[in-house]
Design a protein around this ligand. Structure first.
Ligand code: ATP
Length: 489
Protein backbone atom coordinates (compact mmCIF):
# COMPACT_ATOMS: atom_id res chain seq x y z
CA UNK A 1 0.00 0.00 0.00
CA UNK A 2 1.29 3.49 -0.93
CA UNK A 3 1.18 6.36 1.52
CA UNK A 4 -1.11 9.26 0.64
CA UNK A 5 0.10 12.87 0.83
CA UNK A 6 -1.75 13.20 4.14
CA UNK A 7 -0.08 10.16 5.68
CA UNK A 8 3.32 11.36 4.45
CA UNK A 9 2.66 14.75 6.07
CA UNK A 10 1.57 13.05 9.34
CA UNK A 11 4.69 10.90 9.37
CA UNK A 12 6.89 13.93 8.65
CA UNK A 13 5.16 15.97 11.35
CA UNK A 14 5.52 13.09 13.81
CA UNK A 15 9.22 12.87 13.01
CA UNK A 16 9.64 16.64 13.38
CA UNK A 17 7.78 16.53 16.71
CA UNK A 18 10.01 13.72 17.93
CA UNK A 19 13.10 15.67 16.83
CA UNK A 20 12.00 18.81 18.60
CA UNK A 21 10.98 16.80 21.70
CA UNK A 22 14.48 15.37 21.74
CA UNK A 23 16.12 18.74 21.32
CA UNK A 24 13.92 20.27 24.01
CA UNK A 25 14.75 17.35 26.27
CA UNK A 26 18.48 17.89 25.63
CA UNK A 27 18.21 21.54 26.69
CA UNK A 28 16.15 20.68 29.77
CA UNK A 29 18.58 17.96 30.81
CA UNK A 30 21.43 20.49 30.65
CA UNK A 31 19.58 22.74 33.10
CA UNK A 32 18.50 19.81 35.31
CA UNK A 33 22.11 18.57 35.40
CA UNK A 34 23.38 21.98 36.49
CA UNK A 35 20.88 22.09 39.31
CA UNK A 36 21.68 18.53 40.42
CA UNK A 37 25.39 19.32 40.41
CA UNK A 38 24.78 22.45 42.49
CA UNK A 39 22.48 20.63 44.93
CA UNK A 40 24.46 17.43 45.37
CA UNK A 41 28.04 18.52 44.80
CA UNK A 42 30.60 17.58 42.20
CA UNK A 43 31.49 14.19 43.72
CA UNK A 44 27.97 12.84 43.83
CA UNK A 45 27.14 14.30 40.44
CA UNK A 46 30.08 12.72 38.67
CA UNK A 47 29.57 9.40 40.45
CA UNK A 48 25.96 8.91 39.44
CA UNK A 49 24.75 11.38 36.82
CA UNK A 50 27.59 11.96 34.42
CA UNK A 51 26.95 8.94 32.27
CA UNK A 52 23.19 9.53 31.93
CA UNK A 53 22.01 10.01 28.37
CA UNK A 54 18.60 10.76 26.92
CA UNK A 55 17.42 7.70 25.08
CA UNK A 56 14.04 9.04 23.96
CA UNK A 57 11.71 11.91 24.70
CA UNK A 58 8.16 12.11 23.52
CA UNK A 59 5.69 14.56 24.97
CA UNK A 60 5.80 14.17 28.73
CA UNK A 61 7.55 10.82 28.72
CA UNK A 62 11.32 10.78 28.92
CA UNK A 63 13.54 7.76 28.84
CA UNK A 64 17.06 8.17 30.23
CA UNK A 65 19.73 5.53 29.96
CA UNK A 66 22.80 4.51 31.92
CA UNK A 67 25.52 2.00 31.02
CA UNK A 68 25.07 -0.50 33.84
CA UNK A 69 22.31 -2.21 35.80
CA UNK A 70 23.94 -1.12 39.00
CA UNK A 71 23.69 2.57 38.05
CA UNK A 72 20.07 2.13 37.03
CA UNK A 73 19.13 0.55 40.32
CA UNK A 74 21.06 3.16 42.33
CA UNK A 75 19.44 6.05 40.46
CA UNK A 76 15.99 4.47 40.66
CA UNK A 77 16.31 4.07 44.41
CA UNK A 78 18.07 7.25 45.35
CA UNK A 79 17.64 9.97 42.76
CA UNK A 80 14.76 9.28 40.42
CA UNK A 81 12.21 11.36 42.36
CA UNK A 82 14.62 14.26 42.46
CA UNK A 83 15.25 14.03 38.70
CA UNK A 84 11.51 13.94 38.02
CA UNK A 85 10.95 16.95 40.30
CA UNK A 86 13.70 19.05 38.70
CA UNK A 87 12.70 18.04 35.20
CA UNK A 88 9.02 18.89 35.82
CA UNK A 89 10.04 22.27 37.23
CA UNK A 90 12.25 23.03 34.24
CA UNK A 91 9.65 21.82 31.72
CA UNK A 92 6.82 23.60 33.54
CA UNK A 93 4.69 20.47 33.52
CA UNK A 94 4.74 17.06 35.18
CA UNK A 95 6.79 14.47 33.34
CA UNK A 96 7.32 10.76 33.71
CA UNK A 97 10.87 9.48 33.64
CA UNK A 98 12.06 5.99 33.07
CA UNK A 99 15.70 4.90 33.44
CA UNK A 100 16.93 2.08 31.20
CA UNK A 101 20.22 0.25 30.79
CA UNK A 102 21.91 1.17 27.52
CA UNK A 103 22.57 -1.51 24.97
CA UNK A 104 25.08 -1.20 22.15
CA UNK A 105 22.22 -0.61 19.69
CA UNK A 106 20.50 2.00 21.82
CA UNK A 107 23.82 3.77 22.45
CA UNK A 108 24.08 4.49 18.73
CA UNK A 109 20.61 5.99 18.62
CA UNK A 110 20.99 8.08 21.74
CA UNK A 111 20.33 11.83 21.82
CA UNK A 112 23.52 13.37 23.12
CA UNK A 113 23.07 16.65 24.93
CA UNK A 114 26.02 18.99 25.01
CA UNK A 115 28.25 17.99 27.91
CA UNK A 116 27.48 20.01 30.99
CA UNK A 117 30.31 22.33 31.90
CA UNK A 118 32.14 21.22 34.94
CA UNK A 119 33.40 23.44 37.69
CA UNK A 120 36.71 24.87 36.44
CA UNK A 121 39.66 22.52 36.83
CA UNK A 122 43.36 23.04 36.35
CA UNK A 123 44.48 22.63 32.74
CA UNK A 124 44.29 18.92 31.99
CA UNK A 125 46.63 16.86 29.88
CA UNK A 126 44.85 16.08 26.60
CA UNK A 127 42.50 13.15 27.20
CA UNK A 128 44.08 10.09 25.68
CA UNK A 129 41.70 8.01 23.60
CA UNK A 130 41.81 4.24 23.90
CA UNK A 131 44.00 3.95 20.80
CA UNK A 132 46.74 6.24 22.04
CA UNK A 133 46.39 5.28 25.69
CA UNK A 134 49.66 4.81 27.55
CA UNK A 135 51.05 1.31 27.34
CA UNK A 136 51.45 -0.84 30.42
CA UNK A 137 54.97 0.25 31.29
CA UNK A 138 54.08 3.94 31.28
CA UNK A 139 50.92 3.24 33.25
CA UNK A 140 53.03 1.32 35.75
CA UNK A 141 55.57 4.14 35.88
CA UNK A 142 53.04 6.90 36.36
CA UNK A 143 51.16 4.97 38.99
CA UNK A 144 53.90 2.92 40.60
CA UNK A 145 52.13 -0.43 40.18
CA UNK A 146 53.04 -3.13 42.71
CA UNK A 147 55.40 -5.80 41.36
CA UNK A 148 53.93 -9.13 40.26
CA UNK A 149 55.33 -12.41 41.54
CA UNK A 150 55.67 -14.69 38.48
CA UNK A 151 55.28 -17.77 40.71
CA UNK A 152 51.73 -16.84 41.64
CA UNK A 153 49.82 -18.20 38.67
CA UNK A 154 46.64 -20.18 38.07
CA UNK A 155 48.81 -23.26 37.56
CA UNK A 156 50.23 -22.96 41.05
CA UNK A 157 46.91 -22.00 42.65
CA UNK A 158 45.43 -25.23 43.93
CA UNK A 159 41.69 -25.59 43.63
CA UNK A 160 39.66 -26.87 46.56
CA UNK A 161 36.11 -26.66 47.78
CA UNK A 162 36.61 -23.35 49.52
CA UNK A 163 38.00 -21.49 46.53
CA UNK A 164 36.29 -23.09 43.51
CA UNK A 165 33.96 -20.19 42.86
CA UNK A 166 36.57 -17.49 43.43
CA UNK A 167 39.05 -19.25 41.16
CA UNK A 168 36.46 -19.80 38.40
CA UNK A 169 35.38 -16.13 38.46
CA UNK A 170 39.00 -14.94 38.51
CA UNK A 171 39.91 -17.21 35.60
CA UNK A 172 36.97 -15.99 33.55
CA UNK A 173 38.04 -12.38 34.10
CA UNK A 174 41.67 -13.16 33.30
CA UNK A 175 40.84 -15.00 30.08
CA UNK A 176 38.37 -12.43 28.73
CA UNK A 177 39.35 -10.74 25.50
CA UNK A 178 38.98 -6.97 25.22
CA UNK A 179 35.94 -7.46 22.98
CA UNK A 180 34.15 -9.81 25.40
CA UNK A 181 31.23 -8.51 27.43
CA UNK A 182 32.24 -7.71 30.99
CA UNK A 183 30.50 -10.24 33.21
CA UNK A 184 31.30 -9.57 36.84
CA UNK A 185 32.24 -6.01 37.47
CA UNK A 186 33.72 -5.36 39.91
CA UNK A 187 34.76 -8.83 40.98
CA UNK A 188 35.30 -8.63 44.73
CA UNK A 189 37.16 -11.48 46.44
CA UNK A 190 37.28 -11.63 50.21
CA UNK A 191 38.94 -14.02 52.62
CA UNK A 192 40.72 -14.14 55.93
CA UNK A 193 44.49 -13.84 56.23
CA UNK A 194 46.66 -16.07 54.04
CA UNK A 195 43.89 -17.87 52.18
CA UNK A 196 45.11 -17.05 48.68
CA UNK A 197 43.63 -13.66 47.66
CA UNK A 198 46.94 -12.13 46.63
CA UNK A 199 47.91 -15.33 44.84
CA UNK A 200 44.71 -15.23 42.82
CA UNK A 201 45.05 -11.52 41.98
CA UNK A 202 48.63 -12.00 40.75
CA UNK A 203 47.41 -14.92 38.64
CA UNK A 204 44.71 -12.73 37.06
CA UNK A 205 47.17 -9.90 36.43
CA UNK A 206 49.78 -12.20 34.91
CA UNK A 207 47.35 -13.97 32.60
CA UNK A 208 45.56 -10.81 31.44
CA UNK A 209 48.88 -9.07 30.83
CA UNK A 210 50.10 -12.04 28.80
CA UNK A 211 46.88 -11.72 26.77
CA UNK A 212 47.88 -8.17 25.78
CA UNK A 213 45.60 -6.21 28.15
CA UNK A 214 46.76 -3.10 29.98
CA UNK A 215 46.77 -4.23 33.56
CA UNK A 216 47.49 -2.34 36.72
CA UNK A 217 47.92 -4.23 39.98
CA UNK A 218 48.10 -2.05 43.07
CA UNK A 219 47.75 -2.61 46.75
CA UNK A 220 45.28 -0.15 48.29
CA UNK A 221 48.22 1.34 50.19
CA UNK A 222 50.02 2.02 46.92
CA UNK A 223 46.90 3.54 45.45
CA UNK A 224 46.61 5.85 48.46
CA UNK A 225 50.29 6.70 48.33
CA UNK A 226 50.21 7.27 44.55
CA UNK A 227 47.21 9.56 44.74
CA UNK A 228 48.50 11.58 47.70
CA UNK A 229 51.92 11.95 46.04
CA UNK A 230 50.26 13.00 42.77
CA UNK A 231 48.24 15.64 44.62
CA UNK A 232 51.39 16.94 46.28
CA UNK A 233 53.32 17.07 43.00
CA UNK A 234 50.33 18.54 41.19
CA UNK A 235 50.23 15.56 38.84
CA UNK A 236 46.80 14.38 39.95
CA UNK A 237 45.33 14.90 36.49
CA UNK A 238 47.99 12.73 34.88
CA UNK A 239 47.41 10.13 37.63
CA UNK A 240 43.68 10.06 36.90
CA UNK A 241 44.19 9.96 33.14
CA UNK A 242 46.62 7.08 33.41
CA UNK A 243 44.28 5.17 35.72
CA UNK A 244 41.38 5.55 33.38
CA UNK A 245 43.29 4.20 30.43
CA UNK A 246 43.84 0.71 31.61
CA UNK A 247 41.83 -2.38 30.73
CA UNK A 248 42.01 -4.13 34.06
CA UNK A 249 42.51 -2.53 37.45
CA UNK A 250 43.36 -4.86 40.31
CA UNK A 251 43.38 -3.58 43.87
CA UNK A 252 44.58 -5.75 46.74
CA UNK A 253 43.93 -5.31 50.48
CA UNK A 254 41.14 -2.80 50.03
CA UNK A 255 40.72 -2.56 53.81
CA UNK A 256 43.81 -0.32 53.78
CA UNK A 257 42.38 2.33 51.45
CA UNK A 258 42.82 5.46 53.55
CA UNK A 259 41.44 8.98 53.50
CA UNK A 260 38.22 10.57 52.37
CA UNK A 261 39.70 12.21 49.29
CA UNK A 262 41.50 9.04 48.18
CA UNK A 263 38.30 7.04 48.59
CA UNK A 264 36.38 9.60 46.55
CA UNK A 265 39.01 9.37 43.82
CA UNK A 266 38.86 5.59 43.97
CA UNK A 267 35.08 5.77 43.58
CA UNK A 268 35.42 8.02 40.52
CA UNK A 269 37.95 5.63 39.05
CA UNK A 270 35.63 2.67 39.66
CA UNK A 271 32.75 4.49 38.00
CA UNK A 272 34.79 5.72 35.07
CA UNK A 273 36.32 2.31 34.35
CA UNK A 274 33.12 0.33 34.81
CA UNK A 275 31.13 2.74 32.68
CA UNK A 276 33.78 2.45 29.98
CA UNK A 277 33.43 -1.34 30.05
CA UNK A 278 36.80 -1.99 31.72
CA UNK A 279 37.24 -4.64 34.35
CA UNK A 280 37.97 -4.16 38.05
CA UNK A 281 39.04 -6.85 40.48
CA UNK A 282 39.34 -6.06 44.17
CA UNK A 283 40.31 -8.14 47.20
CA UNK A 284 39.73 -7.42 50.86
CA UNK A 285 39.74 -9.24 54.15
CA UNK A 286 35.95 -9.03 54.63
CA UNK A 287 32.77 -8.50 52.60
CA UNK A 288 32.12 -4.94 51.36
CA UNK A 289 29.28 -4.51 53.85
CA UNK A 290 31.71 -5.04 56.75
CA UNK A 291 34.29 -2.48 55.60
CA UNK A 292 33.09 0.15 58.06
CA UNK A 293 35.68 2.78 57.16
CA UNK A 294 34.90 2.70 53.49
CA UNK A 295 32.93 5.42 51.75
CA UNK A 296 29.31 4.31 51.28
CA UNK A 297 29.50 4.91 47.51
CA UNK A 298 32.54 2.64 47.14
CA UNK A 299 30.89 -0.02 49.25
CA UNK A 300 27.69 -0.06 47.24
CA UNK A 301 29.57 0.02 43.96
CA UNK A 302 31.57 -3.02 45.05
CA UNK A 303 28.50 -4.82 46.29
CA UNK A 304 26.87 -4.26 42.89
CA UNK A 305 29.31 -6.61 41.13
CA UNK A 306 30.10 -10.19 42.07
CA UNK A 307 31.33 -10.87 45.60
CA UNK A 308 32.94 -14.23 46.26
CA UNK A 309 34.53 -15.59 49.38
CA UNK A 310 37.53 -17.88 49.72
CA UNK A 311 36.84 -20.04 52.75
CA UNK A 312 39.23 -21.83 55.09
CA UNK A 313 41.64 -24.31 53.50
CA UNK A 314 40.38 -27.81 54.29
CA UNK A 315 42.75 -30.68 54.97
CA UNK A 316 42.71 -32.02 51.40
CA UNK A 317 43.51 -28.58 50.02
CA UNK A 318 46.29 -28.09 52.54
CA UNK A 319 47.74 -31.45 51.54
CA UNK A 320 47.62 -30.55 47.83
CA UNK A 321 49.27 -27.18 48.47
CA UNK A 322 52.04 -28.94 50.37
CA UNK A 323 52.48 -31.44 47.54
CA UNK A 324 53.04 -28.57 45.16
CA UNK A 325 55.49 -26.91 47.52
CA UNK A 326 57.40 -30.18 47.73
CA UNK A 327 57.62 -30.40 43.93
CA UNK A 328 59.03 -26.85 43.83
CA UNK A 329 61.43 -27.53 46.71
CA UNK A 330 62.76 -30.64 44.98
CA UNK A 331 63.73 -28.51 42.00
CA UNK A 332 65.60 -26.03 44.17
CA UNK A 333 67.10 -28.60 46.57
CA UNK A 334 67.91 -31.82 44.73
CA UNK A 335 67.83 -34.80 47.11
CA UNK A 336 65.32 -33.14 49.46
CA UNK A 337 62.15 -35.12 50.13
CA UNK A 338 59.28 -35.21 52.60
CA UNK A 339 57.73 -38.62 53.31
CA UNK A 340 53.94 -38.88 52.91
CA UNK A 341 53.45 -39.40 56.68
CA UNK A 342 55.07 -36.02 57.36
CA UNK A 343 53.00 -34.34 54.63
CA UNK A 344 49.86 -35.76 56.25
CA UNK A 345 51.02 -34.65 59.70
CA UNK A 346 51.60 -31.06 58.51
CA UNK A 347 48.36 -30.92 56.51
CA UNK A 348 46.41 -32.18 59.51
CA UNK A 349 47.97 -29.92 62.09
CA UNK A 350 48.87 -26.62 60.42
CA UNK A 351 45.33 -25.52 59.91
CA UNK A 352 45.38 -21.73 59.97
CA UNK A 353 46.28 -20.54 56.47
CA UNK A 354 48.55 -20.82 53.47
CA UNK A 355 51.18 -18.58 55.00
CA UNK A 356 51.62 -20.94 57.97
CA UNK A 357 51.94 -23.81 55.49
CA UNK A 358 54.73 -21.84 53.76
CA UNK A 359 56.38 -21.31 57.14
CA UNK A 360 56.09 -24.96 58.17
CA UNK A 361 57.50 -26.14 54.89
CA UNK A 362 60.42 -23.72 55.00
CA UNK A 363 61.32 -24.94 58.49
CA UNK A 364 61.41 -28.55 57.28
CA UNK A 365 63.78 -27.56 54.50
CA UNK A 366 65.94 -25.39 56.76
CA UNK A 367 66.19 -27.99 59.55
CA UNK A 368 67.04 -30.71 57.06
CA UNK A 369 69.60 -28.64 55.14
CA UNK A 370 71.26 -26.96 58.14
CA UNK A 371 71.37 -29.89 60.58
CA UNK A 372 71.25 -32.82 58.14
CA UNK A 373 68.41 -34.35 60.17
CA UNK A 374 66.15 -36.55 58.05
CA UNK A 375 62.59 -35.32 57.65
CA UNK A 376 60.49 -37.47 59.97
CA UNK A 377 57.24 -36.95 61.85
CA UNK A 378 59.23 -36.41 65.09
CA UNK A 379 61.44 -33.81 63.42
CA UNK A 380 58.35 -32.08 62.03
CA UNK A 381 56.66 -32.12 65.45
CA UNK A 382 59.68 -30.40 66.97
CA UNK A 383 60.25 -27.84 64.22
CA UNK A 384 56.72 -26.62 63.69
CA UNK A 385 55.38 -26.93 67.23
CA UNK A 386 54.38 -23.25 67.43
CA UNK A 387 52.41 -23.42 64.18
CA UNK A 388 50.24 -26.28 65.39
CA UNK A 389 47.05 -25.14 66.99
CA UNK A 390 45.16 -27.63 69.07
CA UNK A 391 41.54 -26.92 68.45
CA UNK A 392 38.78 -28.80 70.20
CA UNK A 393 36.26 -29.62 67.50
CA UNK A 394 32.98 -27.90 68.24
CA UNK A 395 30.06 -30.24 68.88
CA UNK A 396 27.37 -29.51 66.36
CA UNK A 397 23.76 -30.36 67.25
CA UNK A 398 21.25 -31.73 64.74
CA UNK A 399 18.68 -29.13 65.92
CA UNK A 400 21.15 -26.34 65.09
CA UNK A 401 21.74 -27.81 61.64
CA UNK A 402 18.00 -27.91 60.99
CA UNK A 403 17.55 -24.34 62.25
CA UNK A 404 20.43 -22.83 60.29
CA UNK A 405 19.60 -24.67 57.07
CA UNK A 406 15.94 -23.66 57.36
CA UNK A 407 16.92 -20.03 57.93
CA UNK A 408 19.35 -20.08 55.02
CA UNK A 409 16.76 -21.39 52.57
CA UNK A 410 13.91 -19.39 54.00
CA UNK A 411 11.77 -22.37 54.98
CA UNK A 412 10.65 -23.35 58.48
CA UNK A 413 12.21 -26.06 60.60
CA UNK A 414 8.87 -27.86 60.67
CA UNK A 415 8.92 -27.89 56.82
CA UNK A 416 12.23 -29.73 57.03
CA UNK A 417 10.80 -32.29 59.45
CA UNK A 418 7.53 -32.60 57.55
CA UNK A 419 6.68 -35.02 54.76
CA UNK A 420 6.27 -32.23 52.18
CA UNK A 421 7.98 -33.06 48.91
CA UNK A 422 8.11 -29.75 47.07
CA UNK A 423 11.52 -28.87 45.61
CA UNK A 424 11.90 -25.83 47.89
CA UNK A 425 11.82 -28.13 50.91
CA UNK A 426 13.37 -31.35 49.57
CA UNK A 427 16.80 -29.88 48.75
CA UNK A 428 17.26 -28.03 52.09
CA UNK A 429 16.17 -31.20 53.89
CA UNK A 430 18.74 -33.29 52.00
CA UNK A 431 21.45 -30.72 52.74
CA UNK A 432 20.53 -30.74 56.42
CA UNK A 433 20.74 -34.56 56.50
CA UNK A 434 24.09 -34.44 54.71
CA UNK A 435 25.42 -31.97 57.27
CA UNK A 436 24.05 -34.06 60.11
CA UNK A 437 25.96 -37.08 58.79
CA UNK A 438 29.21 -35.23 58.08
CA UNK A 439 29.30 -32.88 61.08
CA UNK A 440 28.03 -35.11 63.90
CA UNK A 441 28.74 -38.62 65.05
CA UNK A 442 25.08 -39.65 64.82
CA UNK A 443 24.20 -42.85 62.95
CA UNK A 444 21.96 -42.91 59.87
CA UNK A 445 18.96 -44.41 61.79
CA UNK A 446 19.37 -41.80 64.55
CA UNK A 447 19.47 -38.99 61.97
CA UNK A 448 16.40 -40.47 60.26
CA UNK A 449 14.53 -40.44 63.59
CA UNK A 450 15.49 -36.81 64.23
CA UNK A 451 14.27 -35.80 60.77
CA UNK A 452 10.61 -36.59 61.36
CA UNK A 453 10.99 -40.36 61.78
CA UNK A 454 12.47 -41.18 58.38
CA UNK A 455 14.07 -44.44 57.38
CA UNK A 456 17.90 -44.67 57.38
CA UNK A 457 17.87 -45.42 53.62
CA UNK A 458 16.27 -42.01 52.99
CA UNK A 459 19.10 -40.38 54.91
CA UNK A 460 21.69 -42.39 52.99
CA UNK A 461 20.09 -41.35 49.70
CA UNK A 462 20.19 -37.67 50.75
CA UNK A 463 23.84 -37.88 51.82
CA UNK A 464 24.90 -39.51 48.55
CA UNK A 465 22.86 -37.09 46.50
CA UNK A 466 24.43 -34.01 48.11
CA UNK A 467 27.94 -35.53 48.04
CA UNK A 468 27.52 -35.98 44.27
CA UNK A 469 26.11 -32.51 43.68
CA UNK A 470 28.76 -30.75 45.76
CA UNK A 471 31.42 -32.21 43.45
CA UNK A 472 29.67 -30.88 40.34
CA UNK A 473 28.01 -27.65 41.32
CA UNK A 474 30.34 -24.91 42.62
CA UNK A 475 27.41 -22.76 43.78
CA UNK A 476 25.97 -25.56 45.91
CA UNK A 477 29.44 -26.39 47.18
CA UNK A 478 29.81 -22.78 48.27
CA UNK A 479 26.41 -22.84 50.02
CA UNK A 480 27.35 -25.97 51.94
CA UNK A 481 30.67 -24.40 52.97
CA UNK A 482 28.86 -21.27 54.18
CA UNK A 483 26.47 -23.40 56.24
CA UNK A 484 29.37 -25.39 57.72
CA UNK A 485 31.14 -22.19 58.70
CA UNK A 486 28.02 -20.83 60.36
CA UNK A 487 27.62 -24.06 62.30
CA UNK A 488 31.27 -24.02 63.38
CA UNK A 489 31.24 -20.36 64.47
N1 ATP B 1 44.80 -22.38 46.81
C1 ATP B 1 46.11 -22.15 46.97
N2 ATP B 1 47.00 -22.76 46.16
C2 ATP B 1 48.33 -22.55 46.32
N3 ATP B 1 48.85 -21.74 47.24
C3 ATP B 1 48.00 -21.11 48.06
C4 ATP B 1 46.59 -21.27 47.97
N4 ATP B 1 46.01 -20.53 48.92
C5 ATP B 1 47.01 -19.91 49.58
N5 ATP B 1 48.20 -20.25 49.06
C6 ATP B 1 49.52 -19.80 49.48
O1 ATP B 1 49.42 -19.29 50.79
C7 ATP B 1 50.24 -18.14 50.96
C8 ATP B 1 49.39 -16.98 51.42
O2 ATP B 1 48.48 -16.63 50.35
P1 ATP B 1 48.16 -15.12 49.94
O3 ATP B 1 49.33 -14.25 50.19
O4 ATP B 1 47.60 -15.13 48.57
O5 ATP B 1 47.05 -14.82 51.03
P2 ATP B 1 46.10 -13.53 51.21
O6 ATP B 1 44.73 -14.07 51.27
O7 ATP B 1 46.40 -12.51 50.20
O8 ATP B 1 46.54 -13.04 52.66
P3 ATP B 1 46.58 -11.54 53.27
O9 ATP B 1 45.17 -11.21 53.63
O10 ATP B 1 47.43 -11.70 54.47
O11 ATP B 1 47.15 -10.64 52.25
C9 ATP B 1 50.90 -17.89 49.63
O12 ATP B 1 52.17 -18.50 49.62
C10 ATP B 1 49.99 -18.61 48.64
O13 ATP B 1 50.68 -18.98 47.50
Amino acid sequence: MFATHDTVREITEDATDTMSDSMRAGAIWERVSRRLRAELGEDVFSSWFKSIEIEAAQGDAVRLSVPTRFLKSWIDHHYKDRIIARWSEEADRPVSIDVAVRTAASARAVVRPRPVEETPRPAAAPAAGRAEAPQLSSVQNTLGGSPLDPRLTFDTFIQGRSNTLARAAALQVAQARPTDAVLFNPLYIHAGVGLGKTHLLHAVAGMAQAGGRRVLYLTAEKFTFGFVAALKNQTAIAFKEALRNIDLLIIDDLQFLQGKQTQAEFCHTLNALIDAGRQIVVAGDRPPSDLENLDERVRSRLAGGLTVEIGALDENLRFDILKQKLAQAKLAHPGFDVPPAVMTYVAKNVTQNGRDLDGAFNRLIATNRLTSQPVTVEMAERSIRDLVRVVEPKRVKIEDIQKIVAQHYNVSRSDILSSRRTATVVRPRQIAMYLAKTMTLRSLPEIGRRFGGRDHTTVLHAVRKIEGLVGQDPALCEEVEVLKRRLND
